[in-house]
Design a protein around this ligand. Sequence first.
Ligand SMILES: [Zn+2]
Length: 73
Amino acid sequence: MVEDFSPQCSSKGCRAAAEWQLLWNNPKIHTPERRKTWLACGDHRASLSSFLDARGFLREVTPFASSDGAVVS
Ligand SMILES: [Zn+2]
């Protein structure tokens, strides 16, 4: 599975820089320790996290820094 690590908001059509990372897991398709990552700008953190939380997928929201090992290409 190829992940897109460019540090932009994951909200559809939004190209703002990511400020938050939303770590989530879908227990129907992922093993419990697996984490998927969405990135969010300040404007979309609430909407993206509530989307995941409503489905019971959201595990953690942490501040995102592009120096955190993300590959910028
Ligand atoms: Zn956004």
